[in-house]
Write a protein that binds this ligand. Structure first.
Ligand code: BGC
Length: 720
């Protein structure tokens, strides 16, 4: 169907039909849904008629080819103009084959594999009938108390942007119409949801416009530049106005400046939430604000269907606002080919073939090995295959390693650490004991764990957070491991055996009571379906760890927010002429994080040559290159993430100590060297000025190259 046919269709729709098209409802509202029993409750609370459901435009959370086909069929039988439904769901880090959580994927610094993971997620979702995924989530995060940091790729605008692009490419492919086993992507949560005050979910965000533009907007923009079809609003305020009713944010920044013409959907219930936020007296005002801001689809509240008609009749808004929203939705349906084939992709046979296929699981395993970060290793890892190993802790035999947003994933189908280890060593070498639950411990558990520990050569402690401790509404003020597990660790320490801690969790933790006590610490995150196999690969040295942190680990909660690309202040600690007391510091903890952005160890070592510049002067027409040679000085092959940072020594506004400008993940055999060359051009040195113009400043810069944001060597150049 061409665009003018869509306009023709739009013109045939009544005002009621158009408004209903803007409503998104959860699955139980629909005929043909498996779970009919739940309809009455939510339907009554939204107070909508059957006619509205029949004319609504999209469904949230349905899955499975047979269910989706039956809902679509029933819908087409009752919808007067035969407009198919759009099926949308949260397929965030896998559908049934679950990949590591996005924060972990961020630590892989592997864009190709990230793209492959979202392609696989798209294939599994599309054959199950889903058309749109509510992903990628690209909110920049600096506060690990916020439970949703696990959904983001981390604290850096450049790295997040690269991952945003990779995920969109993987989900959408090149052409949604012909590639029926891809899904449309919906980047979220626009904007700056990750900056919630105090790391408390749904809380206020108050950023300067410069900060918003410089750090928070780039990743959404990158997703849109890659062709992302949809955007979701954020729950928070931006410039004092909830994002969902924020005209400046949505009309000016998103639509005009970023030239986004696709569908903008509210987050769940966010339109009505303008009432408790305190910018709308009632539902009618909330509806007016959202449609005026340009929100096309209202998710799971019904202010549009209850009030837009009245608002048009009263002359408070122009019907053209509704028309443009409906047209955008129809265009998306058309792009997905739904008018020709409303059952696009949904295929029970393909479901059997591809979901959790061996090849999908192999990619999940590879990505999980690349996402884990070795934080400490005092010569205990890799484990030796003839050692007697005690596997202790609540995550040793747990399938709760998929992490939040894995609703279709099965914990039972996840490979546990025990299973992974047993595929590498003999059963008699592995001694097992739970040691504690995630949040509680008993004397019996402790006694049993000690007995097992005593009898072993090395203790592997599988510790962490259960999946409800992060994710949406999963915020914590104390981000240490639960006390029960710290107790277990300190008792194990008394046995004077080497201790390897493997962490399963969704956020950077405060590792007091862990790092100093353990001989090795491996951050496994929530590694997904193949987690146990992947972690065993790393523990036994089948694979050499190569993950690098995409978010700083704080020294303790009092330091938060802590991120590498901060400003210097006028009284930086450690300056040559600094006083002892009157500098920017804490009296009781260091300024530096426990582990910095970009950090991660390997079983081998890499030596860097002095970086060399092609020229010490950079101009708008002549970029420079920075070259460094990296050598694997150890005795096993490994992968290194070579990182390029830049500092602008003097700008119109203060500039960060370092900003990531490039990276290259390279594989090196033992003894092998490789040259890595980065190109730096003037546009990479631009920033938002006091008047919000985006420009660079002539002057001195340093290019730093190294293995993380702390351990770098710099060379200075001038921008003319
Ligand atoms: C979350 C979104 C999600 C939506 C639909 C909301 O509560 O904030 O990220 O896409 O629910 O499930």
């Amino acid at each position: 169907m061409e665009d003018n046919k869509l306009v023709y269709l739009l013109n045939k729709m009544t005002l009621d039909e158009k408004i209903a098209q803007l409503l998104q409802l959860a699955t139980p509202f629909f005929k043909g849904a498996k779970d009919q029993g739940e309809i009455t409750g939510p339907m009554q609370s939204l107070n909508i008629s059957e006619e509205i459901v029949e004319n609504s435009g999209s469904v949230l959370g349905a899955s499975g080819a047979s269910e989706i086909k039956s809902i679509q069929k029933a819908h087409l039988e009752t919808n007067r103009l035969g407009i198919p439904l759009l099926f949308m769901s949260d397929v965030v880090h896998g559908y049934e084959t679950i990949f590591p959580v996005p924060l972990a994927i961020g630590c892989s610094w592997d864009l190709e594999l990230a793209e492959e993971s979202s392609k696989i997620a798209a294939i599994e979702a599309a054959v199950s009938g889903i058309h749109v995924t509510f992903a990628p989530m690209v909110d920049l995060v600096r506060d690990p108390r916020w439970g949703r940091v696990m959904e983001s790729t981390g604290e850096d605008p450049y790295l997040n942007s690269e991952f945003a692009r990779a995920f969109v490419r993987g989900f959408q492919g090149k052409d949604l119409r012909s590639e029926t086993e891809r899904v449309a992507a919906c980047v979220k949560h626009f904007a700056a949801y990750g900056a919630a005050e105090g790391g408390r979910d749904y809380n206020t965000v108050d950023l300067s416009e410069r900060e918003l533009r410089e750090n928070y907007l780039p990743a959404y923009k990158a997703a849109l530049d890659e062709g992302c079809e949809m955007v979701m609003t954020a729950f928070n305020t931006v410039f004092g106005v909830p994002a969902t009713g924020n005209k400046k944010l949505m009309r000016q920044m998103l639509r005009d400046e970023m030239q986004f013409n696709g569908v903008l959907i509210s987050d769940w219930g966010a339109v009505k939430e303008m009432i408790p936020h305190g910018v709308a007296e009632n539902e009618k005002e909330a509806a007016l604000k959202a449609i005026t801001a340009g929100v096309d689809i209202e998710m799971m509240t019904a202010t549009y269907v209850h009030h837009l008609k009245e608002l048009v009749q009263e002359g408070k808004m122009n019907e053209s606002l509704i028309d443009e929203a409906v047209l955008r939705i129809l265009i998306l349906k058309e792009k997905l080919g739904l008018f020709e084939n409303p059952y696009r992709g949904a295929d029970e046979e393909r479901e059997k073939e591809v979901i959790m296929s061996e090849s999908h699981r192999a990619v999940a395993r590879e990505l999980a090995t690349k996402s884990a970060v070795l934080l400490k290793n005092d010569n205990v890892l890799p484990l030796q295959s003839d050692q007697k190993i005690a596997l202790i802790g609540p995550f040793g035999e747990s399938g709760d390693i998929l992490g939040p947003w894995s609703w279709k994933g099965s914990k039972q189908a996840a490979v546990t650490l025990k299973q992974g280890m047993l595929s590498q060593i003999k059963e008699e070498q592995l001694l097992l004991s739970k040691g504690s639950d995630v949040e509680t411990i008993t004397d019996e558990q402790l006694t049993e764990a000690k007995k097992i520990g005593e009898a072993s050569d090395v203790i592997v402690l599988a510790l962490g957070e259960h999946s409800d401790m992060s994710g949406e509404a999963g915020c914590r003020a104390d981000i240490r491991l639960p006390k029960a597990q710290l107790k277990l660790l300190s008792h194990m320490k008394e046995l004077q055996k080497p201790i390897v801690v493997v962490l399963f969790n969704g956020r950077p933790l405060d590792l007091h009571g862990v790092v100093d006590e353990a001989d090795a610490v491996l951050e496994a995150w929530f590694p997904g379906t193949e987690g146990g196999s992947a972690i065993a690969d790393l523990l036994f040295g089948e694979v050499n760890p190569s993950g690098r942190l995409s978010m700083s680990f704080p020294y303790s909660v009092g330091q938060i927010p802590v991120y590498y690309n901060h400003f210097n202040t006028g009284r930086p600690k450690g300056a040559v002429d600094a006083q002892e007391r009157y500098v920017s510091q804490y009296l009781d903890i260091p300024n530096a994080p426990r582990f910095p952005f970009g950090y991660g160890m390997s079983y081998t070592h890499f030596a860097y040559s002095e970086p060399k510049l092609s020229c010490h002067t950079l101009t708008a027409d002549s970029p420079i290159t920075i070259t460094v040679t990296v050598r694997n000085t150890g005795d096993r092959a490994g992968e290194e993430v070579v990182q390029l940072y830049v500092r602008d020594w003097s700008g119109e506004v203060v500039r960060p100590l370092k900003e990531l400008k490039g990276f290259s993940k390279i594989a090196l055999e033992a003894g092998e060297s490789k040259e890595v060359t980065f190109t730096l051009s003037e546009d990479q040195l631009r920033y938002y000025d006091t008047d919000l113009s985006y420009a660079s400043d002539a002057g001195s810069f340093t290019a730093f190259v190294g293995s993380n944001s702390r351990d770098v060597v710099g060379v200075t150049f001038t921008l003319e």
